[in-house]
Design a protein around this ligand. Structure first.
Ligand code: SF4
Length: 249
């Protein structure tokens, strides 16, 4: 375990949030599956990290009931039906036995920083079930809250919108970042940066468990990293990101 992750685990522990480290995805899946009882209903918050690990598939194969509003990929035959179904599962997933998701960033002193468009993911992290499991790739570690907000606003959110809406041909976005890949702090109806949260301690009625994976997972990078590493993060993200359909409003 490197010193940085050890320090974060210690910070999380002081916030009453236990964490573990897995050297790779395979080990992380085994640890997570071991925590989840076979009869638990598991809700999924939109997370490319979770999809990259293929945990929903592993849970279903084992017989768990999985409420995953983000199963569908690409345009469906009836977008209105798909959207109705999506909203219905979003609601149910927020009150499952266990909630499984990722985070946009974690600071070196153990704060979990997130942005959400709908609110289900950030709500699900802290409310609605006895346990939330948060899986974090090494690329999500930032120095402090200022750097977390910089990453989210300047890198994660605009690239997330541009990749899904333009590169992968998902639902058209009217946000400027869809075209420019840069944030204008827009007021578009389909703005994705609607709810920012910082978790600084264990919520009273929810146990949080954090799993670090010593791999790059999900969408986040420091612009000073080598270009090859950044390109690999983006390519892997494109293979697993959920592509929305219909109109969210
Ligand atoms: S605030 Fe608007 S322009 Fe900025 S990243 Fe979010 S959606 Fe894009």
């Amino acid at each position: 375990m490197n010193g940085q992750i050890k320090k974060i685990l210690s910070s999380l522990h002081s916030r009453h949030i236990p964490g573990i480290v897995s050297e790779n995805s395979k080990e992380a899946i085994l640890r997570i599956m071991g925590w989840i009882p076979r009869d638990a209903v598991v809700g999924i918050g939109d997370s490319t990290t979770i999809r990259q690990l293929r945990i929903p598939e592993a849970l279903k194969e084992r017989g768990n009931r999985v409420l995953d509003p983000f199963e569908a990929k690409g345009p469906l035959a009836d977008p209105k039906d798909a959207l109705r179904q999506h909203k219905n599962t979003l609601t149910k997933a927020t009150v499952s036995d266990i909630f499984l998701t990722g985070t946009n960033a974690i600071t070196q002193d153990g704060k979990l920083v997130n942005v959400d468009a709908v609110g289900n993911r950030v709500a699900g992290m802290v409310w609605g079930h006895p346990t939330s499991i948060i899986v974090i790739g090494r690329n999500k570690i930032v120095k402090d809250v200022d750097e977390a907000f910089y990453r989210i606003r300047k890198i994660i959110a605009p690239n997330h919108v541009r990749i899904r809406s333009v590169e992968l041909g998902g639902r058209k976005s009217k946000t400027p970042c869809a075209v420019t890949g840069k944030c204008n702090d827009c007021r578009a109806r389909d703005r994705v940066c609607n709810i920012f949260t910082i978790i600084e301690g264990k919520p009273f009625f929810t146990d949080l468990k954090v799993v670090f994976v010593n791999e790059d997972l999900g969408l986040s990078w420091d612009p000073t990293w080598p270009k090859d590493r950044i390109m690999q993060i983006v390519e892997n993200y494109k293979k697993s990101v959920w592509i929305p359909v219909g109109n969210e409003n």
